[in-house]
Design a protein around this ligand. Structure first.
Ligand code: F3S
Length: 399
């Protein structure tokens, strides 16, 4: 693999052991994928997970003197201050949160703690070469903006943040971005929730191929967030196209780069209904409601505020969002409305974190299959339902 003089210096340890390790890993990835060279990245996002392996790796780089050349935004952890007011936090968990924070600060990361950086703080342009991890973020930047990122792990994205480069292979090359399977969507797609189910279901029919969706009309940004997050959870799809909508698929010719689709499949209302029946817990009493996987936008917060305005929730309701959106919700009065009903908005937090221990063994309701998928290992069950129906259920205490 060809390396520039500067890249050779990183590999030889001239900039310290941390940078050397980061470059070693990227070279190994590049060799595994037959990448001819490295290319510079202009943005990075790291799926900080706050788990022990994440901490081990971040500390190893930081202790080796690494500093990010392209400072990454980072995924949620959990907001200690806000959760200490809600529940008891295990002292071991508290230590990991603090050490992870310190390690990433030392590396020079931008501590956004947000899984939708592509909406407000780390927004790439068309064709920009970037290194993004996080299952909702990678499909969004690739598909909606036409930026170019491989499906990075937290560690490979962090290595790119440190070195400023990534191996040149995969989705960075135009020819690997052509659609492979034409997906005729015959389902009604009447709200953003339908995109959750479409994203979760589609990989069952398309496998790991790049889908080109036909029949989707002007999806909202929330619908696109949902679609990408679920495609990359129910499957392993970090790039999709929407015919006549996303930038690399204005025409069929563009979407498939002049080739014929390998296959054509159709997705109907019946498919989405049966998928939901398979992954959702049964109806009945619920103990809580949880939203924001991926992090909610201000419009979604507003939708909940309007539904609970002047009412009392029968069960606790939590919304996860970015610090920026939470602050906006405060300024716009949504926070007061939601709190008065018995709900709470928390920032910097992911549902796949140990701060939710007080909900283990309980049954919740959410609009996100990804939320239900990740929390299975934490012994949480979820009914999965459209946003409005689920908030109405939280007001009643049952669905
Ligand atoms: Fe965000 Fe965590 Fe869900 S990172 S998308 S809240 S799994």
């Amino acid at each position: 693999m060809y390396l520039t003089k500067e890249e050779e210096k990183m590999l030889d340890g001239v900039y310290g052991k941390g940078t050397q390790l980061a470059m070693k890993i990227l070279v190994a990835i590049g060799e595994a994928y037959d990448a001819p060279k490295m290319v510079p990245v202009t943005r990075t996002h790291v799926a900080l997970s706050n788990q022990e392996a994440d901490l081990w790796f971040a500390e190893k780089l930081a202790d080796g003197g690494a500093k990010c050349r392209v400072r990454p935004t980072v995924n949620p952890s959990f907001n200690l201050e806000q959760f200490q007011a809600i529940t008891n936090i295990d002292s071991e968990d508290e230590k990991i949160v603090k050490r992870t924070h310190a390690a990433y600060v030392k590396l020079g990361a931008i501590m956004t703690y947000d899984c939708t950086p592509y909406l407000e703080r780390n927004v790439p342009r068309f064709g920009e070469i970037i290194s993004f991890s996080e299952s909702s973020a990678t499909p969004f930047v690739n598909s909606v903006y036409g930026a170019r990122s491989n499906r990075e792990s937290a560690q490979s994205a962090l290595c790119s943040a440190v070195t400023g480069v990534t191996p040149y292979y995969g989705f960075l090359l135009k020819e690997n971005r052509a659609g492979q399977v034409l997906v005729h969507v015959e389902a009604d797609m009447e709200d953003d929730f339908a995109y959750q189910m479409l994203g979760y279901f589609a990989p069952k029919k398309i496998g790991f191929a790049i889908p080109v969706f036909a029949g989707l009309k002007n999806p909202s940004k929330e619908a696109l967030m949902n679609l990408g997050a679920q495609l990359n959870t129910g499957g392993n799809v970090a790039l999709y196209h929407i015919l006549g909508f996303t930038p690399e698929a204005q025409t069929m010719e563009d979407a498939f780069q002049g080739k014929k689709p390998q296959r054509e499949v159709t997705i109907t209302n019946a498919d989405l209904k049966s998928m939901r029946e398979e992954i959702s817990d049964k109806s009945g009493k619920i103990d809580f409601a949880l939203y924001g996987c991926p992090h909610f936008t201000i419009d979604q917060v507003c939708a909940i505020a309007e539904l609970v305005d002047g009412k009392k929730l029968a069960v606790p309701l939590f919304i996860m969002t970015s610090a920026l959106t939470r602050n906006l919700a405060k300024k716009m009065g949504y926070m007061d409305t939601i709190r008065a009903a018995g709900g709470e908005i928390v920032e910097d937090t992911c549902m796949d974190q140990p701060c939710w221990k007080f909900l283990y063994g309980k049954k919740g309701i959410t609009d996100s299959p990804k939320c239900a998928y990740y929390t299975k290992r934490r012994d949480m069950q979820f009914v999965i339902a459209p946003l409005k129906d689920s908030v109405l259920a939280a007001l009643k205490g049952e669905y």
